[in-house]
Write a protein that binds this ligand. Structure first.
Ligand code: NAP
Length: 297
């Protein structure tokens, strides 16, 4: 492992690939803590604000990894993860003695494959997906669930702590992604409940805002109800969390469940409803747009 790993945290060279809704905010916290930061994103303009604050733009993921002790990726789909890790210009082409952390929500099997590939190149890979949404990323209050080598986890914990407030080692490679799938299965049925409850409030002629204020501090309170329910009440369906990403997650969770012989009727129904919204052209809306399945705005 790089000697730099144990030096002053601000000497640790960090690379960040994927500067969307989540990655841009997360990378900003690393920069604010004083880490030298190399960045890359498919659409260059999304790196401009970080470059203005002192980050160094690189033209490929490989260029990011060539001079980084820790490389974080936060891209969209498993195919994107494969590209930025294993592609011709991917981070595994150049990384040396680094800890490579995929924080995207991706498949447990891919996480295990990346961990094995990283080892052959003298690096360690961790899967470290997050929960807490755009708000959690902005406020550095993400929950981070980490799979992979525990010693490497302990070494990069100070970096993860700059982005999250609840960080747990979940087990071997892939265990972080499996934990995230538990999270997504819970959310699937919860967001259906939130949408149905608020559709009921509207049909009953109640003031949805007052309903939210009342039940949000009771037993139904949750991020889904309190944050996304509030967006529904305002008619704000902008992403937060893209429907297309949630469909990706439900696909992973349901195929893992099938492999394990487990039936998940709630998650399966949520996928069906979101697929219907996607065919209506809403896949780049936030997941709270599930409400539109019940109520035509
Ligand atoms: P996003 O806004 O779409 O960000 C993904 C970023 O990755 C985009 O900027 C995209 O580039 C970049 N990217 C994708 N493929 C790339 C490639 N091959 N090379 C370089 N850059 C690439 O999505 P997000 O909401 O930040 O989510 C990121 C990940 O976190 C997803 O896996 C998602 O499921 C997960 N997640 C999201 C939330 C949430 O609330 N948003 C919460 C927890 C977990 P472009 O700018 O060109 O599109």
């Amino acid at each position: 492992m790089s000697a730099n790993m144990s030096a002053n945290p601000s000497d640790l060279r960090v690379g960040f690939v994927g500067l969307g809704i989540m990655g841009q905010a997360m990378a900003g916290h690393l920069l604010a803590a004083g880490h030298p930061l190399r960045i890359y994103n498919r659409t260059r303009a999304k790196g401009d604000a970080l470059v203005e604050r002192g980050a160094l733009w690189c033209d490929t993921p490989a260029e990011v990894a060539a001079s980084s002790d820790v490389v974080i990726t936060m891209v969209g789909f498993p195919s994107d993860v494969e590209q930025v890790w294993l592609g011709a210009e991917g981070i595994l082409k150049t990384a040396q003695q680094a800890v490579l952390i995929d924080m995207s929500t991706s498949s447990p099997a891919l996480a295990q494959r990346l961990a094995a590939e990283a080892l052959t190149r003298g690096c360690v890979a961790l899967d470290a997906p997050v929960s807490g949404g755009d708000v959690g990323a902005r406020d550095a209050k993400l929950s981070i669930m980490v799979g992979g080598d525990e010693a490497a986890f302990n070494r990069v914990l100070p970096v993860l702590q700059l982005m999250g407030s609840n960080i747990a080692h979940a087990g071997a490679a892939g265990a972080g992604q499996h934990t995230k799938m538990c999270n997504q299965v819970v959310i699937a049925s919860t967001i259906m409940g939130v949408s149905e409850g608020l559709a009921y409030a509207k049909s009953a002629g109640l003031d949805p805002e007052r309903v939210l204020q009342t039940i949000g501090s009771g037993a139904a309170g949750s991020f889904q109800l309190n944050v996304l329910g509030a967006r529904i009440v305002k008619g704000d369906f902008a992403p937060g969390f893209f429907i297309e990403h949630f469909l990706k997650d439900l696909g992973i969770a349901l195929s893992e469940a099938e492999r394990m012989g487990l039936k998940l009727p709630g998650a399966a129904l949520a996928r069906q409803l979101y697929e219907q919204l996607a065919t209506r052209g809403l896949s780049r809306q936030g997941t709270q747009a599930l409400y539109c399945h019940y109520v035509q705005e």
